[in-house]
Design a protein around this ligand. Structure first.
Ligand code: ACO
Length: 380
């Protein structure tokens, strides 16, 4: 029994006290550790933002260099983890391969002493460093190619792009991708972060924590939306106002969700979508435009007219797929890339959770019967 009202999806119900991420969705204000996302996206690298999220302060130059060196030294995968990846069916989704590989890491690096601060730091760095290597390795293995070893002379973003196809990205591509990682690194108590905190609250090892968060992120209502946005824009195929409006009206009439729109927290356009849209335009200036962008802009315009009143505006996923596509990244890697970024936020929340831990154990509203009379199987 409980006296609390039932709130579907726990909308608006606080699940933790936190100082990791501040979010005011009514005015589109997003800050990591008190720093506006716009400022971090303009001045920082993903490594610097990760340090900020994990340890609560901006690093000095020396601190960042030491942290960066730690990350680089942890990028390689044990060959037996690569062997595990090789056993997975190539038709499987990369998010499932990522879940499996992260869970496997828990067997190679025993993680049953999470209450030890030094162990926690080492494990957190190891997971953040290795996730891109796992995603890139699986991407190549499933196509029949050998994985490419990480390079220590490249930053986190450039090294990931390099491990996909062996080409060092241009400075613009590196920077755009790096900003994409920063924008996806953290976002308060979203579903995957909640998952991470729940698993972490049992003192499970950090590999299990990240495996559960990756599984949660995979769903189409969360991280999986970015893949679907691109397919959706490709399906619309046109950018004329009449065609786009007709498509959107038809979808809304059928009560279908339009991917890349809407957010539990935001009632205005997601500030990350604003930054990503600007980046997309910069990228097109250098690399040439994609027609799909025009479809996206028109869809945003029509949706503002159709459902703007309900507070349904583009979220971060609306423009991220367009940017990644222009960088030549295959669509099935969009959600794993989200995980490569969000792992910093998950682990920042894990560290915070463990500082003052209490196991999650919510209540329920009983809707079944009680005290039923049992009928033996032969008499039913
Ligand atoms: N398209 C059409 N209508 C929508 C959309 C959408 N994308 N999003 C919300 N609505 C409508 C709902 O139909 C509902 O209308 P109603 O009140 O007339 O029934 C109303 O807005 C409220 O929607 P909910 O689903 O209750 O909102 P909730 O906060 O539970 O869901 C969510 C948020 C899951 C993100 C939802 O907006 C959605 O499914 N969007 C599409 C998927 C997507 O882009 N996900 C990425 C989210 S961001 C991220 O994870 C990084």
């Amino acid at each position: 029994m409980t006296d609390y009202p039932y709130v579907p999806g726990l909308a608006g119900v606080p699940a933790a006290r936190t100082s990791v991420c501040y979010l005011d969705g009514n005015i589109g204000k997003l800050q990591y550790r008190g720093y506006p996302i716009e400022v971090l996206a303009e001045h920082c690298t993903f490594e610097e933002v990760t340090y900020l999220l994990l340890f609560g302060k901006l690093p000095t130059r020396n601190e960042l260099a030491a942290f960066d060196a730690e990350l680089k030294s942890e990028r390689r995968l044990k060959f037996r983890i690569i062997d595990v990846l090789k056993q997975l069916p190539e038709s499987g989704h990369p998010m499932d391969a990522l879940t499996a590989a992260v869970a496997t890491m828990g067997m190679f690096y025993p993680g049953d002493h999470v209450e030890d601060a030094e162990f926690r730091r080492l494990t957190v760095v190891r997971i953040i460093a290795k996730l891109p290597t796992i995603v890139a390795a699986w991407h190549r293995i499933r196509r029949g190619d050998d994985p490419i070893k990480p390079r220590e002379d490249l930053g986190h973003a450039a090294n990931f792009l390099y491990m996909l196809d062996g080409r060092v990205p241009s400075k613009t591509a590196e920077r755009v991708f790096d900003v994409g990682l920063i924008l996806h690194a953290e976002h308060s108590m979203n579903a995957s972060t909640f998952s991470a905190r729940v698993t972490g609250s049992t003192l499970a090892d950090p590999y299990a924590v990240v495996a559960s968060a990756v599984g949660t992120l995979a769903g189409p209502l969360h991280g999986g939306a970015n893949e679907r946005v691109l397919s959706m824009l490709q399906t619309i195929g046109e950018s004329s106002p009449a065609a786009v409006r007709h498509w959107a009206e038809d979808r809304l009439a059928r009560k279908d969700k339009i991917m890349g729109f809407g957010h539990r927290e935001y009632k205005v356009k997601d500030p990350r979508a604003v930054i990503l849209q600007r980046l997309a335009v910069q990228l097109f200036d250098e690399m040439g435009a994609t027609p799909i962008y025009d479809t996206a802009v028109e869809l945003e315009r029509q949706m503002a007219d159709l459902v703007g009143k309900k507070g349904i505006y583009p979220n971060v996923d609306f423009y991220s797929g367009i940017v990644y596509e222009r960088l030549g990244i295959p669509i099935e890697l969009f959600t794993p890339i989200f995980a490569i970024a969000r792992v910093s936020g998950w682990l920042a929340h894990l560290l915070e959770q463990l500082q003052d831990n209490r196991i999650f154990r919510p209540n329920q509203i009983w809707t079944g019967q009680v005290d039923r009379e049992f009928t033996p199987i032969d008499e039913r």
